[in-house]
Design a protein around this ligand. Structure first.
Ligand SMILES: C[S@@+](CC[C@H](N)C(=O)[O-])C[C@H]1O[C@@H](n2cnc3c(N)ncnc32)[C@H](O)[C@@H]1O
Length: 266
């Protein structure tokens, strides 16, 4: 049995089942023992959605996990640390064995990236090479489960990356929404053309329903914020011009993005 670690997985399988016909890859950030990825695979296949490429992104390696404050060696900012550090490489081996065994004869193309989310974003911003009789570079996404680090900055970094690459009609599912300022994230998503599908317990799911000018922006803003120590200590970066939201009177000021707020105070 492939174990899950959270709750409300119904939202995830329903989101997976809802992207039939929406082009793009599916993806899980933070895989642990594989329960979330299995749930996505099952949701896709129960809806008759065959042939997807699904990405599993997780560094394992017993890295400190965000639940308390510490200096991140990669990002150089303050985060919340889980002292357990128990997402070890042995877990990665077992997870790969379990998921690959499960998916071996299923119509899903499972790919593993033993990388942090930020390394993946840097290395695969231009798409992921996929081999099936020929090489194809896939750059669009239909569904993402964001369940890696639970800092506001990490969640916003993921959302910004996938927002720019998500097909219209695609979905994002956020886990552990009680661990970061979900209301700010919700506001950002709704201003950026996303609709809340459902919020229950520890998860929330959103669908991209509107193409916005933000789609054309490079996904750099959250990273540059995370790289700036003064932001991690609570200072906001200089405001940047507001961008009008297509099909709406609302405007969204990039400098007001949720990732810029309260990172050190979590
Ligand atoms: C809460 S568990 C994921 C649970 C899994 N999604 C499920 O539904 O069963 C968090 C995972 O995030 C991974 N992780 C930690 N830092 C990460 C990072 N920077 N990028 C991606 N994954 C990360 C951990 O190794 C761990 O496996």
């Amino acid at each position: 049995m492939i174990e899950c670690d959270s709750s409300d997985y119904r939202l995830l399988s329903e989101a997976a089942a809802s992207v039939v016909g929406i082009p793009g890859m599916t993806c899980e950030i933070g895989v642990r023992k594989g329960g979330g990825t299995k749930c996505i695979i099952d949701g896709l296949l129960q809806a008759g959605d065959e042939g997807r490429t699904h990405l599993c992104i997780d560094p394992y390696g017993s890295l400190p996990f965000i639940h308390g404050v510490y200096v991140d060696p990669e990002r150089g900012v303050l985060h919340l640390q889980d002292p357990r550090g128990h997402y070890c490489n042995a877990m990665r081996c077992q997870c790969m064995i379990d998921l690959l065994t499960y998916a071996q004869n299923l119509p899903v193309n499972l790919l593993f990236f033993t990388l942090t989310d930020t390394q993946f974003f840097r290395l695969f911003a231009g798409g992921v090479p996929v081999y099936e009789r020929q090489e194809t570079t896939l750059g669009k996404y239909a569904l993402v489960h964001v369940d890696g680090e639970h800092s506001l900055g990490a969640v916003v970094g993921a959302i910004e990356f996938f927002h720019a690459r998500m097909s219209l009609g695609g979905a994002i599912v956020l886990d552990d929404i009680d661990r970061f300022d979900h209301e700010l994230v919700k506001k950002w998503l709704q201003f950026s053309g996303w609709q809340l599908i459902e919020e229950q317990g520890r998860k929330a799911s959103y669908r991209k329903v509107l193409a916005t000018p933000l789609d054309r922006l490079p996904p750099t803003t959250a990273f540059s914020v995370l790289d700036a120590p003064e932001t991690a200590l609570g200072r906001r970066p200089d405001p940047v011009p507001a961008i009008p939201l297509m099909g709406s009177d609302a405007t969204f000021v990039l400098g007001e993005r949720p990732g810029f707020v309260g990172e050190a105070g979590e």
